[in-house]
Design a protein around this ligand. Structure first.
Ligand SMILES: Nc1ncnc2c1ncn2[C@@H]1O[C@H](COP(=O)(O)OP(=O)(O)OP(=O)(O)O)[C@@H](O)[C@H]1O
Ligand SMILES: Nc1ccn([C@@H]2O[C@H](COP(=O)(O)O)[C@@H](O)[C@H]2O)c(=O)n1
Length: 699
């Protein structure tokens, strides 16, 4: 995940390859709750690991639910079987609507049946997201619910510690025209009170009921049908279909009369299906469907293949496929897989009711930037009460590309840019804004796109950008490189790694390649003056960088690599032209999306002469010797400052006087003498220079 201030996505050119999507958020959080409420344990496979599922897991654990990772990667949830081992808790639910709404309903009912009291809160935005319609429905039932801040909004207190009599004989009325999550919440919670039988399994039921037997809830199956009536036109119906589908998997068959009336049968109870896989997220698929539709296929590839979700998905957002086809995408698929190629180009403008795909429809707004005319997305009023006011957000950000945008209470109309501009995309702590605008990097003007706060994608797709970059290609010249060259111990490695980390860029420590060649020569008994022998080794270095460690043919060489003696050997090895040539292509291969910071001696002069920023880093020899001395002592390695000074002067001399790629500043390098600067000051200087080189320097 890019936990950085902003991510600059370079102009992207083509795409091709296969992506496997993380699990669906909607399914993951529903399944977690159902598993927790069931009799028996449930092994959940391919569960989404994201901010929203983590808050749900934390809440269930607080409520006394035992959760254990399994060796095969599944998560085992031991169901509480309708019991309530913990009667009081304060639960923090972040900005996860899929946790807040269902937990509100389930805990309000459980607290009322068993006598409990729970407080549910979230981040500031969660406290601005309405929940009054659900609160009203629960109060009708007789559940004590208090809004602790503004009426109709979280935070909430559920239950008052004493058992209540619930009014289950009358239909429960709930509004369906603001959010379908209120209905989902009731559908998930009400089976808990559809039977009169008290659960007898107690807390933390951990065993699976023996096959073919009925789980013991005690007593005969009595109870009554519970009816929910929807008031107003139900929106986002596909999400209700997911809910009904999953209820069925947990043995509760709800009867549906149209979209107005839902009946939970008397005597039903949640029973674990044993094991349940979570489909890939269909809303997340929309970004890669759009990618396949608007990127030209990388030569040799057949467009984009998505695995983990396909045409038999139970998620409503799979119907994004139809919308993308309307815009010209060429999409085929199977049950659990989709293939997307560019079809019509430019994309075709659309005028579409998007009520059935509210989340994925945001991706259509970005596709509309690439269409042959104005596109209108209608019936999307629910966008206004999501993670942010998404209609306003999409309008503001689309305009940064030069689009003309008209917005209304429940629609957005986007006229593509006649002349593309770019901008720094504000993401409003909304994962979908960040993900869909990354696709604007395919703009025909070849402009980069800045995504602010890219880590907001952690809500549903923590590795979104990494996944995107894996399947996108762009000419090497479009991938920015920052070169940091200079003499030994000037702080190049430290500076390069910090700058790379802050920008989310790849890192090339080119000295490590010469050092590794020297170690490989030592191992193989090759003389440091044997140019052809060294070049052969360099050409096929079995080098791997993993988890901050360096391996040579499987051997961990992290420590020997950094020895002063290895640096001295590397300096000798690096004088040979054949060795330098053998390592050239390997160094170029580090130039990968979204950018590179390269440290060495000839990064700016030889390897990346077109780099937009070249820094030549120096410090006085005395300062450098002192730093190296401190560095070695701190690692417990004995060192003498005078001999370090003599060694580094000799190394500098050899590096700068050699015939091939000598150490020297590139003609267009900026000089940074950090003798009197701390590490952070040096980092800030380079970041300032870099910002000045980007097209975002005015924003
Ligand atoms: N601006 C600075 N002020 C003080 N110490 C620094 C500064 N920059 C780096 N250092 C310290 O100097 C030491 C040497 O830095 P570093 O290893 O990054 O140098 P280098 O140029 O990459 O060396 P080499 O070329 O030999 O690999 C480290 O201990 C680092 O923390
Ligand atoms: N681009 C480079 C990088 C390094 N070298 C040689 O390797 C020696 C070790 O480098 P460190 O940065 O890891 O200290 C260095 O002294 C150079 O001789 C090089 O030639 N070109």
């Amino acid at each position: 995940m890019y936990a950085i201030d902003h991510l600059d996505v370079p102009p992207l050119h083509s795409a091709g390859g296969t992506v496997r999507l993380p699990g669906s958020k909607s399914i993951s959080n529903r399944v977690l709750l159902l598993a927790a409420l069931s009799v028996g344990y449930t092994d959940i496979a391919d569960l989404l690991d994201s901010d929203d599922t983590r808050v749900m897991l934390a809440a269930l654990a607080q409520l006394g639910c035992r959760i254990e990772p399994q060796a095969d990667g599944a998560l085992r949830v031991h169901g509480l079987g309708g019991a309530l081992p913990v009667k009081q808790a304060q639960l923090f639910l972040g900005n996860a609507g899929t946790a807040m709404r269902p937990l509100t309903a389930a805990l309000a009912l459980l607290a009322s049946v068993h006598g409990g009291a729970f407080e549910l809160s979230g981040i500031a935005r969660m406290h601005e997201r309405p929940i009054g319609d659900l609160v009203d429905a629960l109060r009708q039932l007789g559940c004590p619910v208090d809004c602790l801040g503004q009426d109709g909004y979280p935070p909430l207190r559920l239950g008052n510690g004493t058992p209540q009599t619930l009014a289950l004989d009358q239909p429960i009325r709930v509004r369906g025209d603001v959010s379908s999550q209120f209905l989902t919440a009731l559908l998930l919670a009400l089976p808990l009170v559809a039977t009169n039988r008290a659960p007898t399994l107690g807390t933390g039921v951990s065993s699976q009921p023996p096959e073919g037997t009925v789980p013991s809830w005690g007593g005969p199956a009595t109870g009554r049908d519970i009816v929910i009536e929807v008031v107003g036109e139900l929106i986002s119906r596909p999400y209700i279909e997911i809910t009904l589908n999953l209820l069925e998997r947990f043995s509760v068959s709800v009867r549906r009369d149209g979209w107005q009336r839902f009946t939970i049968p008397a005597g039903c109870r949640y029973t674990s299906p044993g094991r349940i896989p979570v489909e890939g997220d269909a809303s997340s698929a929309s970004y890669f469907i759009a990618l396949g539709a608007l990127a030209s296929p990388t030569p040799g590839s057949d467009g984009i293949t998505i695995e983990g979700v396909g045409l038999s998905s139970i998620q409503g957002d799979i119907r994004f496929v139809e919308a993308a086809r309307l815009m010209g995408a060429d999409i085929s698929g199977e049950a659990n897989r989709l293939h997307i190629r560019r079809g019509a180009w430019p994309l075709k403008a659309i005028d579409l009711d998007c009520n059935h795909i509210p989340d994925a429809a945001m991706t259509l707004a970005v596709m509309a930037l690439f269409a042959d005319g104005p596109s209108t997305l209608r019936n999307i009023a629910s966008w206004r009460v999501k993670e942010t006011d998404r209609i306003a957000a999409m309008a503001t950000e689309c305009r940064k590309f030069g689009a003309l945008v008209e917005e209304g209470a429940d629609f957005i109309r986007i006229t593509p840019p006649s002349s593309w501009t770019t901008g720094s995309i504000h993401t409003y702590d909304d994962h979908r804004v960040a993900m869909c605008f990354s696709l604007a990097a395919f703009n025909p003007a070849g402009l980069p796109v800045r995504i602010e706060d890219p880590k907001c994608v952690a809500k549903t797709f923590p590795d979104y950008f990494e996944t995107l970059f894996e399947v996108c290609q762009t000419p090497a010249q479009a991938i920015p490189v920052i070169c940091i060259d200079g003499p030994t111990a000037s702080g190049k490695g430290t500076l390069a790694s910090e700058v790379a980390q802050r920008l989310g860029y790849q890192l090339l420590d080119s000295g490590a390649l010469y050092r590794a060649t020297a170690l490989a020569a030592q191992d193989a008994g090759v003389d440091l003056d044997d140019e052809p022998g060294l070049a052969r080794l360099a050409a096929q270095l079995p080098l791997a960088f993993r988890d901050h460690k360096v391996f040579l043919g499987g051997r961990d060489i992290t420590d020997p690599l950094r020895l002063e003696s290895t640096g001295g050997m590397a300096s000798r090895v690096s004088q040979h032209l054949a060795v330098r040539s053998a390592l050239h292509a390997l160094q170029l291969s580090f130039r990968r999306l979204p950018g590179l910071v390269a440290d060495g001696r000839d990064m700016g002069t030889v390897i990346f002469p077109d780099a937009p920023l070249k820094v030549y880093l120096t410090a006085s020899a005395e300062q450098r010797a002192q730093r190296r001395h401190k560095q070695l002592i701190s690692k417990g390695i004995a060192a003498n400052i005078d001999s370090l000074l003599a060694d580094l002067k000799m190394r500098d001399h050899r590096d700068s006087s050699r015939a091939h790629a000598p150490l020297k500043p590139a003609e267009d390098a900026l000089l940074l003498d950090n003798s009197e600067l701390g590490i952070e000051q040096s980092v800030q200087q380079v970041l300032n220079w870099w910002q000045g080189k980007t097209v975002f320097s005015e924003t």
